[in-house]
Design a binder for this molecule. Structure first.
Ligand code: HEM
Length: 239
């Protein structure tokens, strides 16, 4: 079941800020202010995850086709194909792997295991058959999590992508009026609430130095696999 697409992302902390501009350099300020709005949820684990992945996130922001001025519907769909190829094995490793039964209820797995469906929905709306979607190649660089800390590191990246989606939706909805943007809409009005719920679980379960380091490394690796498969892989196919 794919939620109804809405332009109101309802992401607390973002809603009060200025409209996103086509000038992407302004995003840094936007990002920094948004982060400052929930200081009580900034755990040691979150600080470590952010600092371990800041470079990778900035690279994605700069290199993603979604932040290019010339993005059109075809470009969006091609990008979604690549993201699905990354998300599918990520979700499988996380939500259908050997550790799945041990994941805390606070992580709300059944609520979060929906992102491949969002991506598939956008592709189906663009004319892909169910078989064509199944046949899309999957990223081979995903390694299954070895413990709960690594599960949190991977979840951080996948859930964080919904924040970026909410931001991008505000600009791209006008530019791509005839395309389904369910992936960018993410949890819609619930995006902020689910992010905070994740941050609270992170604060509860990722506490020791060892676990914080493991989560940060896993998050960094997840970003790198995204970069390699979605960005570099798409560029190689065009050459
Ligand atoms: C390509 C364009 C992207 C843009 C413009 C973008 C933008 C943003 C913005 C504005 C936020 C801050 C939201 C907030 O703090 O409330 C954010 C957070 C985040 N994004 Fe992105 N994003 C992009 C892509 C991605 C991708 C592809 C991933 C993952 C593969 C990702 C992972 C994250 C994570 C983990 C956070 C949470 C950071 C934190 O608060 O600790 N982003 N992004």
């Amino acid at each position: 079941m794919v939620p109804h697409l809405t332009r109101e992302v309802g992401l607390e902390g973002i809603a009060t800020l200025t409209e996103p501009s086509r000038n992407w350099s302004r995003r840094t300020t936007y990002f920094a202010i948004a982060r400052m709005t929930v200081p009580s949820l900034t755990s040691r684990a979150l600080t470590a995850l952010r600092s371990a992945t800041a470079f990778e996130h900035a690279q994605l922001d700069r290199l993603s086709p979604l932040t290019r001025d010339g993005l059109d519907g075809e470009g969006y769909v091609a990008h979604v194909e690549r993201v699905l190829g990354w998300m599918r094995p990520m979700e499988k490793a996380l939500w259908q792997g050997p550790l799945t039964a041990t994941l805390p209820v606070a992580l709300d797995p059944s609520r979060r295991n929906v992102k491949s469906d969002w991506l598939a929905y956008d592709l189906a709306s663009a004319g892909f058959s169910a078989q064509a979607i199944t046949d899309l190649p999957d990223c081979p660089y995903i390694t299954p999590p070895r413990d709960l800390a690594e599960c949190f590191g991977m979840t951080y990246v996948m859930e964080g992508a919904t924040l970026g989606g909410a931001f991008l939706l505000r600009t791209l909805a006008d530019r791509l009026p005839n395309h389904s943007l369910v992936w960018l809409n993410g949890y819609g009005d619930n995006t902020g609430r689910l992010w905070k719920q994740f941050l609270r679980a992170l604060d509860t379960y990722v506490v020791t130095e060892r676990d914080i380091t493991a989560a940060a490394q896993s998050a960094q690796y997840s970003f790198q696999s995204f970069r390699r498969w979605v960005i570099d892989g798409a560029n190689q196919m065009q050459e």
